[in-house]
Design a protein around this ligand. Structure first.
Ligand code: ADP
Ligand code: TRP
Length: 332
């Protein structure tokens, strides 16, 4: 008799630091939601990470519940996965400390995400600097194997592998080395200014915006000054990049042909993009609207999720305490 194959552990988290956008959805949320059918899925709202930049308690609290409701509205089924808020399983901070003692300064100093945030004017605190160690603790605490993320997080998963390797080397095989899962077609979704779309760059197209805001946002995507009649290169246009996320292959080919033929202004492409985004997200928006009045239910879901997550976390943390000598009492 053949054994049932073990389901792979898939894990990823999102910061409750602002409204979620198309980049978050296509790179992380959509693949995560799809994996609930085939894997042991761990999905969580990383509020400890968001503390590196969010300064108002009420914003963090609201952002956390909003992100949870967003995930559920988009189809995450708490009965098919482990879904919780990071700070409700505080063992992660203990593991972070242990791992930080095995992490060289150089490894963190090389992290692009930290350097980019500082370059964008975020005043660095030591939490921002050690952010990747907390992310490593998130992943290793749940012994996750596959991490669906956008390209900006690739290096953090590599750092996690390095740290896990150092721990295994020092204390013996303990952690699985995780791998980032990055879909090249959505690795870096551009924002309305052509830079990487981000909650913190003011260039995002938010997935739960109402229809009017959504239309305005899409109509304000930056394009070049090529006149209406002239042929245009779709591959250099932000509108076309975004259209590729939603169009069918035939629709993408058709729009690409109209760019190249000339005679079509960017406003037409923007209007078509708006229709696509609006039609796709409309049912999710409606569900999201309902969930907004079911706050108690969402809180209950997150509490139960934290209990499930705690079960996995405690197994790992006990192992770590034993191996490192932190638990000094004699075991039976
Ligand atoms: P943000 O940069 O908007 O604050 P987060 O850091 O919370 O987003 O990222 C959550 C997830 O979404 C991560 O896996 C990240 O790689 C992914 N992501 C964020 N922005 C983009 C983007 N523009 N393109 C592709 N993936 C993205
Ligand atoms: N650092 C990730 C981001 O900014 C969020 C995150 C925290 C995460 N812990 C994680 C992602 C663990 C994947 C796995 O997007």
């Amino acid at each position: 008799m053949s054994e049932t194959p073990k389901k792979p552990r898939v894990l990823s988290g999102i910061q409750p630091s602002g409204d979620l956008h198309l980049g978050n959805y296509y790179a992380m949320m959509k693949p995560m939601i799809a994996s609930q059918e085939t894997s042991l899925l761990f999905c969580f709202i990383v509020n400890y990470h968001a503390l590196t930049t969010v300064r108002e308690g009420k914003n963090l609290r609201k952002g956390t519940l909003d992100a949870a409701m967003d995930f559920m509205a988009l189809g995450l089924d708490p009965d098919k996965c482990v879904f919780w808020v990071q700070s409700e399983v505080p063992e992660v901070l203990e593991l972070q400390w242990v791992l930080s003692c095995l992490t060289s300064m150089g490894l963190l100093e090389r992290c692009h995400s930290y350097k980019d945030k500082v370059a964008k004017g975020i005043v660095p605190n030591s939490g921002l600097f050690t952010y990747p160690v907390l992310m490593a603790a998130d992943i290793l605490l749940y012994q996750a194997e596959i991490i669906p993320v956008g390209k900006d997080q690739k290096q953090h998963v590599e750092v996690t592998r390095d740290i896990a390797g150092s721990f295994n080397h020092a204390y013996g095989e303990t952690f699985v080395l995780p791998e980032a899962r990055i879909d090249e077609n959505v690795a870096v979704v551009p924002g309305i200014d052509g830079q990487k779309m981000s909650k913190s760059y003011g260039n995002a197209i938010e997935i739960f915006s109402g229809e009017n805001v959504l239309r305005k946002r899409i109509m304000s995507i930056v394009t070049d000054a090529t006149p209406v009649e002239a042929p245009k290169d779709p591959d250099k246009c932000n509108v076309f990049q975004l259209y590729q996320l939603l169009g069918t292959p035939e629709e993408i080919q058709d729009l690409s042909g109209r760019y190249r033929n000339g005679g079509m202004g960017y406003a037409v492409a923007k209007a078509e993009l708006f229709e696509k985004v609006n039609d796709y997200f409309k049912p999710f928006r409606e569900r999201r609207h309902e969930l907004a009045s079911e706050r108690r239910y969402v809180e209950k879901v997150l509490k139960e999720g934290a209990e499930k997550a705690g079960y996995y976390a405690s197994k790992t943390i006990q192992k770590v305490r034993r191996k490192t000598g932190l638990s000094f009492r004699k075991f039976k």
